[in-house]
Design a protein around this ligand. Structure first.
Ligand code: ADP
Ligand code: MG
Length: 245
């Protein structure tokens, strides 16, 4: 039997991007593919990490290069609608993601938007909230939630769409240690492949299998041992541990 190798879930080929009002490109010659890896993405502030997520989602159009979803080139707006359906982007700021009066309405918005009936959207939303330990939050007023609760609800709004790939933009920022650990446990328990932008290397070590960095405008794969050495220090991420200075 001939085994055909599966195309990557997502592939970027020679992606470059400049903001219109900038002289030099922000990102250049980015090549990348993801099958089932769980990827951490690091890079200095302003290096273009968030911009790269926006390019992948089709919210910004690359100047050069191609984006392929399961081997299919994404070109038209319809293609990118497909990408936005199958990839879930968690914004750096939860307030950009949550806009409905109640938690249930926020989580049900996505499923309703892609054609679920109100009953289906309600059921999916309730079970997603339950999965994330937010049972009983359905009627809570979204804008009154704590920052940590908002982050988990924002994740619920994405998971309710059952995306194949999660793009998480600095998810552990400003979380208290307990919520941060909770998020680690949630992410480790999910089936979805993910790319996580973070400066929090221990968070990435606990949730990712590979590390990439944006360096000199392009994406480079970091040495495997950089992730593994952290994993050996904090195997489960939630055990008491001390950090060096
Ligand atoms: N809409 C925009 N128009 C012009 N420049 C932008 C815009 N958004 C971001 N930038 C600039 O592009 C650079 C990269 O931003 P960003 O992708 O947010 O970086 P990161 O997420 O790595 O911190 C920054 O210098 C930022 O100021
Ligand atoms: Mg950013």
């Amino acid at each position: 039997m001939i085994m055909r190798s599966q195309p990557p879930l997502l592939e970027l080929r020679d992606i470059s991007y400049s903001y219109p009002d900038h002289d030099s490109p922000l990102l250049e010659g980015i090549n990348f593919s993801i099958h089932k890896e769980r990827i951490g993405l690091i890079g200095p502030n302003g290096s273009g990490k968030t911009t790269l997520f926006q390019i992948i989602m089709g919210l910004l159009k690359a100047d050069t290069g191609e984006i392929l979803l399961e081997g299919k080139k994404m070109e038209t707006e319809k293609d990118f609608q497909q990408i936005r359906r199958r990839l879930g982007l968690l914004f750096q700021n939860s307030d950009d993601q949550l806009f409905s009066p109640t938690v249930l309405e926020d989580v049900a918005f996505g499923p309703l938007n892609i054609g679920a009936t109100p009953a289906e959207a309600r059921n999916t939303s309730i079970s997603t909230l339950k999965q994330l330990g937010l049972e009983g939050f359905e009627e809570r007023i979204t804008h009154k939630l704590s920052g940590g609760e908002k982050k988990i609800v924002a994740l619920a709004t994405i998971l309710a769409m059952h995306p194949q790939l999660l793009l998480l933009d600095e998810p552990s920022n400003n979380l208290d240690p307990e919520t941060r650990e909770r998020l680690i446990t949630i992410l480790r328990g999910l089936n979805q492949v993910h790319i996580i932008i973070s400066h929090d290397l221990d968070f990435l070590a606990s949730t990712c299998t590979q590390l990439y960095a944006i360096e000199k405008k392009t994406l480079v794969r970091c040495e495997e041992k950089q992730v593994h050495s952290h994993e050996h220090i904090h195997p489960y991420g939630n055990q008491p541990h001390q950090h060096g200075t």
